[in-house]
Design a binder for this molecule. Structure first.
Ligand code: SR1
Ligand code: MG
Length: 388
């Protein structure tokens, strides 16, 4: 019933009028025309044209497109998107869109428009991004360090943790979709069957994998090191040859430093593994994966002033967790509920499943054999080597 109602309500035209009204309220002197341009799971995205000014208006939905019954979503998450953009704006304004207006009751956020496609779509289309790895590495270092307990005075850090602690519905989604469902017999899971059945069973019945994933899940619950974007995959990034913008921060909360890095690198690995199927260079993407980490580590190292732990010790810990979180991200995007276009847009089934198998094998290695990936160079070598 709810599903029927949701599919009836899932019509961007219903909201068009309220979006237009909000734009007229904000800038009444302009004549605004709007169209829905989004493809996301949990919101409508409108492009509003006001002559020489274009604006993006995000309108949050009360449910997720992929499964409206299972994912009722509170519109308060837009508050956390607003708060996190506001914080990023003070730390690294060149990597986020400017915000123009925000109305929590209407669940609407107006922001700067960029004429770029998502990084995921651009990569699949073969677009070149010479600066994106550098931009992302610096974004990770600055956003994570300057919001962390290692930089902020205790009182300020606690206030920040408290500010984001209400984003519980989105945290629950992360805990379930990333750490629980893909590793058990959840009805939400789906994968290329029967081809991947064997790999899936190997993952879901391995007690060592279960224990590592549980430890990382517990770390997410327990550790509030730094403000995490919470959903930093290549679909949450807009990019051109010269510019990179981080968007869709509605999953923001305080989390371990490694969380965003692991998710992001995991998505670059999937892009790299599927590159050939899209007629693009997987080696370049493997190198970008390494370059993001190297840039992060270098910049994080420069910022680090915490007296009790050396930056080398901290980076070692982050690297190990990052590898395992990459494994989790690859698994959940291959056999969980939220699949990735990197794989799903490969039309030849045998090629797709061969790549998915490779991805699942690599993911298990990332979870179980972190010592093999001694550093980012080893990761790049393994990604581009023959052994996979
Ligand atoms: C219920 S939301 C499903 C997925 O879409 C988002 O991009 C997150 O990655 C989430 O897992
Ligand atoms: Mg998103």
């Amino acid at each position: 019933m709810l599903c029927l109602l949701a599919s009836f309500l899932f019509n961007p035209l219903f909201e068009l009028e309220s979006v237009q009204k909000e734009l007229f309220r904000w800038m009444p002197e302009r004549s605004w025309t709007c169209q829905e341009i989004g493809t996301g799971n949990i919101n409508f995205i409108y492009l509003a044209d006001g002559g020489d000014l274009k604006v993006i208006v995000k309108k949050d939905l009360n449910f997720a497109r992929i499964n409206p019954e299972k994912f009722p979503l509170p519109p308060e998450r837009l508050l956390y998107e607003y708060l996190s953009y506001s914080l990023y704006e003070t730390i690294i304004p060149e990597r986020v869109p400017k915000m123009y207006f925000f109305d929590l009751d209407k669940a609407m956020l107006g922001m700067e428009y960029f004429p770029y496609v998502s990084l995921r779509q651009g990569i699949i289309e073969g677009k070149k991004y010479p600066l994106v790895a550098e931009h992302l590495g610096i974004f990770l270092a600055h956003s994570l360090y300057f919001t962390s307990c290692y930089h902020l005075p205790e009182k300020r850090w606690k206030e920040q943790v408290a500010l984001f602690s209400g984003n519980t519905a989105m945290r629950t989604i992360i805990l379930n979709l990333n750490y629980t469902d893909p590793f058990c017999d959840s009805p939400l899971n789906s994968w290329s069957s029967p081809e991947l059945d064997h790999e899936v069973a190997a993952i879901q019945t391995n007690p060592k994998i279960r224990s590592i994933v549980n430890q990382l899940k517990q770390k997410l619950i327990d550790s509030s090191e730094a403000l995490s974007h919470g959903d930093l995959h290549t679909g949450s990034i807009l990019a051109s040859e010269t510019d990179t913008r981080i968007i869709d921060t509605e999953f923001a909360s305080y989390a371990p430093i490694s969380f965003d890095i692991g998710m992001l690198l995991g998505n670059f690995v999937m892009a790299s593994l599927s590159a050939e199927a899209h007629g693009i260079d997987g080696k370049e993407l493997a190198h970008m994966t390494r370059h993001i980490w190297d840039t992060f580590a270098e910049n994080f190292g420069t910022l680090w002033e915490y007296p009790d732990v050396t930056v080398e010790e901290k980076l070692d810990e982050i690297w190990t967790d990052t590898l395992q979180l990459m494994g989790i991200e690859i698994i959940r995007r291959t056999i969980g509920v939220a699949h990735t276009d990197d794989f799903t847009t490969i039309s030849e089934r045998s090629l797709r499943t061969e790549i998915e198998k490779k991805a699942l094998r690599l993911a298990q290695q990332l979870l179980l054999d972190t010592h093999v990936f001694v550093n980012s160079e080893a990761l790049e070598r393994i990604l581009t080597g023959k052994e996979l």
